[in-house]
Design a protein around this ligand. Structure first.
Ligand code: NAP
Length: 297
């Protein structure tokens, strides 16, 4: 149970509803900022504005998956009121108050470092990234179906990157009957790709690997699908770029060549907000319990 824990949930999207549900079920005391348009009420959770928070009593500040915008603005889909996150605000919390977000940016990291508060970025954790790969791949399948006039079965699909998302993308599309090739840069990845029955290639050779590709799915957050690569891609090829913004594709050049290329951020929150929210809620619960136990020890 989380009895005695006080946490503020500041902004977010439908995924935070699962977080609120789970934490209130476990008896945490929650303060919801940026939820004034949310009709649903939760026992143990009170809606308020940022300046009304009992700030010095909070054990945790839970920000949206995105953390904040580049200048500290916190997004919420449940309110029209602006929420501004600042270092000054954070400094008013107790020293052992922990900040949680999915990812971070220089502004947010500057605030948490400046205020000397612990900041846990949930999406940097392997467990969260692996669980999150499941709805990400389901969303990718949806996008491929919506944007092609051929079946996934028997189509040539190139997956770029063999990390937590790339691995699941490759396996799932192969299970749907696609001919999957996977590009990686590490020899141990090439070995694993081979072992799993996919066609491996080194990314350094990408330009020579795309001439028969029907769908190219990128998971590498670096410029990888360059104009050189795009110039070798057939005109019917669909590029789905899953990597975090700005993606790894030269979108301008793809458009110039008439190749459909799409950046597809935040798929878990779009196709399965409930599941995506549960993934966050489960790990948050575990972490809050650990933090409390450490405090007691
Ligand atoms: P990951 O486990 O770190 O995997 C990243 C892969 O990219 C690894 O294979 C890595 O290779 C490779 N890579 C990184 N930089 C490279 C470079 N400069 N050149 C060649 N290869 C490079 O990350 P992940 O969890 O799979 O996530 C992948 C991306 O998808 C991230 O940007 C993440 O934010 C994003 N994402 C998007 C969604 C969505 O809905 N669109 C959902 C979840 C995640 P090495 O192992 O050799 O370094």
């Amino acid at each position: 149970m989380l009895t005695g824990i006080k946490a503020a949930i500041i902004g977010g999207d439908a995924r935070q509803l699962e977080v609120i549900r789970k934490l209130t079920e476990l008896d945490a005391r929650l303060y919801l900022v940026g939820f004034d348009q949310l009709d649903h009420g939760f026992t143990g959770a009170t809606k308020m504005d940022l300046d009304e928070l009992p700030i010095s009593e909070l054990d945790a500040l839970i920000l949206p998956v995105s953390g904040s915008g580049p200048n500290g603005e916190v997004e919420t889909i449940f309110s029209n009121k602006k929420i501004q996150f600042t270092e000054e605000f954070l400094k008013k919390t107790k020293k052992d108050c922990t900040v949680f977000s999915g990812i971070s940016n220089p502004y947010l990291t500057g605030c948490t470092n400046g205020a000397g508060r612990k900041h846990i970025k949930l999406f940097e954790r392997d467990d969260v990234a692996i669980y999150n790969a499941i709805p990400t791949v389901e969303g990718t399948i949806m996008m491929v179906i919506q944007n092609t006039d051929f079946t996934i079965h028997q189509s040539n699909i190139a997956v770029l990157g063999f990390g937590r998302v790339g691995f699941t993308v490759a396996r799932t599309f192969a299970n749907l009957g696609a001919n999957v090739s996977v590009g990686a840069r590490r020899s141990e990845h090439i070995a694993r790709i081979t072992e799993m029955g996919f066609r491996p290639f080194y990314l350094s050779n990408l330009e020579n690997e795309v001439d028969a590709v029907d769908v190219c799915i990128n998971t590498i957050p670096a410029p990888i699908i360059t104009s050189n690569v795009i110039s070798k891609i057939p005109s019917h090829t669909l590029i789905i770029d899953l990597a975090s913004k700005p993606g790894g594709t030269d979108f301008r050049f793809a458009e110039k060549r008439g190749i459909k290329a799409m950046l597809a951020p935040g798929l878990p929150g779009i196709v399965a907000p409930k599941t995506a929210g549960k993934i966050i809620a489960n790990v948050l619960t575990q972490l809050l319990m650990e933090e409390r136990n450490m405090g007691k020890g």
